[in-house]
Design a protein. Structure first.
Lengths: 459, 499
């Protein structure tokens, strides 16, 4: 695992190969392992060690990047030359800022997310965990598939203006699908600390969902009250955060065009981006090494602020939108330069308004509705009304008279996110959740009125 | 080979031998090694200014082993003797751990050893083109798009790649392959009122991508088409919303390519059928008893999985797959009947075959090969039929072009697609433009409703560069040849129902 001193030493070596005004290197280092199982058998089991240096040069209003995973002199020199040659032919960009100063990277603190016990996980440890999951499957006469992964990773940004920031973390993840003859159940969890994950507990919950949805019945499509478990919530709401960057507004590709400052969602929806939240993850600095700040995105349903890379903040201050977009400041959410997307908030935390209900309480308070474990293959149908389509999967249930009655055949939905977040009638406690369509977030389960299912499938 | 190339091949062989010797000494029953050197140039402009400007290279080794009839894989970017030996030993340890949780031993279909050199064909090595030339083209496209009043965002891109792989296994295979990949395209966005409209050319997903050189970029005539596409993006604001109901649908070849990808390409992956992907990518409605029994489509539906050069320079074209099996052409749907899966050495026996049909592909040195689509293509109609003749023979329907959204369930049965633009077909002619067109259906019902497909002169081998599968996720390029085709009684407009 690359440490900060090594990164800085390699940076000094790279610097000798470059004659340009400014130089920035993003270092990444990963040691990743994943044990995959299906049909109650470990069928794939992999490990990867990789380090890379992504070198950006900037001079005369021009900038370009070259990335290599070879740290020998010849390879580093070739990467520098490649970046310089790609930059040299560009038209100067008057909006290109000097690289970030050392001061802009300072204060990049986050809680320690390095756990020696996670870093020390062996293939045998993962196999033992999978063995316990398979035992749960066999006890329930089910077949299981899933993963148990563990990793250590490090990231550093070093530039020629004296900025040097470094972050490392560990991570473990377990995802389990339990399959019965005509039904299935699913659970997933991850954490920097493997001790926070119980493969057996996850397996038992997934098994129960598979059992309870046995012989699913058909319900006609239409608008229903739904109870979305946290993973289903995050996979849906994840589609809107790419629009919370300043550049998305300047490009007029955001659903927030002409909507900042307006009440777009229900009073009970408040969302922040907060890398320092104890349940969050990832580096506390952005692709230029700028420290990430906590940003209030939505307050009681009103769109308040956007996130900004340094360059986007400057452009926004000069734009026709400057008085309509809330606070404008470099918030440390930029992607590595040069890029077309600008920035995005990726450490989402929902602040629940109090009166949280457990999923069980939501079920008990529902006369007729649908409980959804997980969603799948979500895609954007309409970028401004934020209509999303997708399918339910691995545990969809009819709730009637305050009780889960039986499993349902899976639905296709076409649902506006704006309408959905205006119809939240109950929320759970925000938890760290993980799905497959969006990045991990801290989100609650939600009970939503009038969710729009348009078709039902045959399983 | 030049002396430099000979020296390089020898050194790769030596590195691979370190790994193969280590794993053999530690008890591997089978092993293969892939050393991959992947280089890429990626450029993009936005409103005439630089959007992305970068190059990337990655080199490393992946060692896959069978020990005690179970798999292990380890990979590293360090090609020193010490690191390769350590990685090989790690792969064995991982396989031993795998063996602790297994129901059935892995059975590999036999495959003869082969020694071969292969490279994809190109006329113009894309890396010999100047970056200045590349950017100049992208800026000219943007200028054409922005010349259209109402275009609010113009984006153009180009990706040039070269992937060189050395494969060795304990059976004695020694396979060196090089593929050159080129892709380019553009899109125009028009924001007005409460709608964002988009048009892309020649396809969404960054345009067209093939195993070719820079000649592809020249042939796409990007600048020449930019003004028209920009005008369509703006005109969509004044177009009526696509109607809802059951109607006749004509798809352009790029959308049909994606339809094939999602509703034929994925369900025929034998690993999905066997449950290997149940936790993530899903399973398949094509359970084993359906082979050679299911009426997948109408009589004119003929689909192949063809990785051979004869099929064309698709993103799924190669000489040997990533476990050393020769590229093949497998009939998937023959006159409407389901006739084949895509398989691997491990899965072939489950369908009674004694040989893999060669579709195992890995994203890079740090990933294992998986059963992946090669070029999954629908064959063109045998009788001459131009697009104009197809429309002329259609009384009433909707013509849809260029994908905008795509979604299908985890068994690949219920799908919904949205397209960027639609056109009314009335009395054999294209009429009004429609915005927000979409259609949905059930896979087999849809393919059985196909009653016309254009002939070879209308057929394009499209490249889909972003197919995701596996854990850890791997992104793969796949090829899909298609001609415009007509489908009857299709559910149109469901994406906006209730909204």
């Amino acid at each position: 695992m690359l440490d900060k001193n090594q990164a800085e030493k390699i940076f000094e070596k790279i610097k000798k190969f470059s004659s340009v005004d400014e130089l920035e290197v993003i270092f990444s280092s990963t040691d990743f392992s994943l044990t995959r199982f299906a049909n109650n058998t470990i069928h794939q089991n992999v490990a990867e060690v990789n380090e890379a240096a992504s070198i950006r040069v900037a001079f005369d209003g021009k900038t370009a990047r070259a990335t290599t995973n070879r740290f020998d002199d010849e390879s580093l020199k070739r990467a520098v030359q490649s970046a310089e040659s790609i930059a040299r032919v560009q038209e100067p960009d008057p909006d290109l800022l000097p690289m970030a100063s050392a001061e802009e990277g300072k204060g990049s603190e986050a809680p320690s997310r390095w756990f020696d016990q996670t870093a020390a996980i062996t293939p045998a440890d993962r196999a033992e965990g999978v063995g316990k999951i398979v035992a749960v499957a066999k006890k329930n006469k089910l077949v299981t598939a899933g993963i148990f992964s563990s990793s250590q990773s490090a990231e550093a940004v070093v530039n020629s203006k004296g900025l040097s920031v470094y972050y490392r973390q560990t991570s473990a993840e377990v995802s389990i699908t339990m399959l019965a003859e005509n039904s299935s159940g699913w659970q997933k969890a991850n954490s920097p600390d493997v001790n926070n994950i119980s493969p057996v507990r996850l397996a038992e919950t997934a098994a129960q969902k598979a059992r309870d949805s046995h012989r699913p019945q058909e319900l006609p499509p239409g608008k229903y009250t739904v109870i979305l478990e946290p993973a289903a919530v995050l996979d849906l709401v994840g589609f809107m955060f790419w629009d919370f960057g300043g550049l998305a507004i300047l490009d007029q590709r955001s659903f927030l065009n002409n909507r900042i400052g307006t009440k777009l969602f229900g009073e009970n929806v408040t969302i922040v981006d907060d890398v320092a939240h104890p349940l969050q993850s990832n580096a506390p600095f952005d692709g230029e090494g700028v420290r990430r700040r906590r940003v209030s995105l939505v307050e009681r349903g009103v769109i308040r602020n956007l996130v900004y890379a340094r360059g986007t903040a400057e452009k926004m201050r000069k734009s026709e939108y400057k008085d309509k977009v809330g606070e404008i400041a470099a918030t440390g959410h930029g992607f590595p330069l040069p890029n077309e997307m600008g920035e995005a908030p990726t450490n989402i935390v929902f602040i629940t308004p109090g009166g949280e209900q457990t999923v069980e309480q939501m079920i008990a308070g529902t006369e007729r509705g649908i409980l959804i474990t997980r969603l799948w293959y979500i895609r954007e149908v309409d970028p401004y009304e934020k209509i999303l389509t997708g399918m339910t999967r691995d545990g969809t249930f009819l709730v009637e008279g305050g009780k889960v009655r039986h499993g349902l055949l899976n639905f296709r939905f076409n649902q506006s996110l704006i309408e959905m977040l205006s119809n939240v009638v109950a929320m759970g406690k925000a938890v760290r959740a993980s799905g497959e369509e969006a990045f991990d977030m801290v989100v609650p389960a939600m009970k939503i009125r009038g969710f729009n299912f348009t078709e039902v499938t045959k399983f | 080979m030049s002396s430099v190339e000979t020296e390089l091949a020898m050194s790769m062989k030596q590195i691979a031998d370190w790994a193969l010797n280590t794993v053999t000494q530690r008890g591997a029953g089978y092993a293969d090694v892939r050393i991959v050197d992947h280089r890429q140039r990626a450029l993009a402009t936005k409103n005439g200014k630089v959007g992305h400007a970068g190059s990337a290279e990655t080199l490393g080794i992946g060692v896959r082993v069978l020990v005690n009839d179970a798999w292990g894989f380890a990979s590293t970017d360090d090609l020193s003797r010490e690191a390769v030996d350590k990685t090989a030993a790690q792969a064995v340890e991982i396989a031993k751990a795998s063996a602790r949780v297994k129901e059935e031993p892995v059975r590999l279909a036999p495959e003869p050893a082969v020694k071969i050199e292969w490279a994809s064909h190109y006329k113009i090595d894309p890396f010999t083109t100047s970056i200045e030339q590349n950017f100049d083209l992208l800026r000219r496209i943007d200028a054409e798009l922005l010349a259209v009043k109402g275009v609010t965002l113009a984006e153009s891109n180009m990706q040039l790649g070269r992937c060189e792989q050395w494969f060795y296994n304990t059976d004695g295979s020694d396979i060196h392959q090089t593929r050159v990949i080129t892709g380019a395209g553009f899109s125009a966005l028009a924001f007005q009122g409460t709608e964002i409209m988009k048009r892309s050319y020649p396809n969404s997903f960054g345009g067209q991508h093939q195993n070719r050189g820079y000649e592809l970029v020249d042939e796409l005539k990007l600048v020449e088409n930019a003004r028209r596409i920009g005008e369509q993006a703006v005109a969509l604001h004044k177009a009526e919303r696509c109607p809802e109901g059951k109607m006749t649908l004509v798809l352009d070849s790029s959308q049909l390519g994606l339809q094939i990808h999602e509703s034929i390409g994925h369900p025929i992956e034998l690993d999905r059928v066997l449950g290997y992907e149940a936790n993530f990518a899903g399973t398949s409605f094509l359970t084993l008893e359906k082979l050679r029994k299911l009426r997948y489509g109408s009589d004119i539906v003929n689909v192949v999985a063809d990785a051979t050069e004869q099929h064309g320079p698709g993103l799924g074209t190669f000489a040997y797959d990533d476990e050393g099996v020769q590229a093949q052409c497998t009939p998937i749907i023959t006159n409407g009947l389901f006739t084949g899966y895509i398989s691997s050495r491990e899965t072939a026996h489950t369908i009674g075959e004694n040989r893999s049909n060669g579709t195992m592909r890995a994203e890079g040195w740090n990933r294992i090969p998986l059963v992946r689509m090669t070029n999954i293509s629908i064959l063109p109609g045998e009788k001459p039929l131009t697009f104009e003749q197809l429309i002329a023979g259609t009384d009433d329907g909707i013509f849809m072009q260029t994908n905008r959204s795509w979604s299908i369930d985890d068994k690949r049965y219920n799908f919904q697609f949205g397209c960027e633009i639609g056109w009314e077909i009335k009395g054999g002619k294209l009429g009004r433009m429609f915005k927000n067109p979409s259609y949905s259906g059930i896979t087999t019902e849809f393919w059985n409703s196909m009653d016309a497909i254009c002939s070879r002169d209308q057929w394009t081998l499209w490249g889909t560069p972003n197919c995701g599968k596996g854990q850890p996720m791997q992104t793969m390029g796949t090829g899909h040849g298609a001609s415009p085709a007509r489908f009857r009684n299709v559910k149109i407009g469901s994406a906006y129902k209730g909204n």
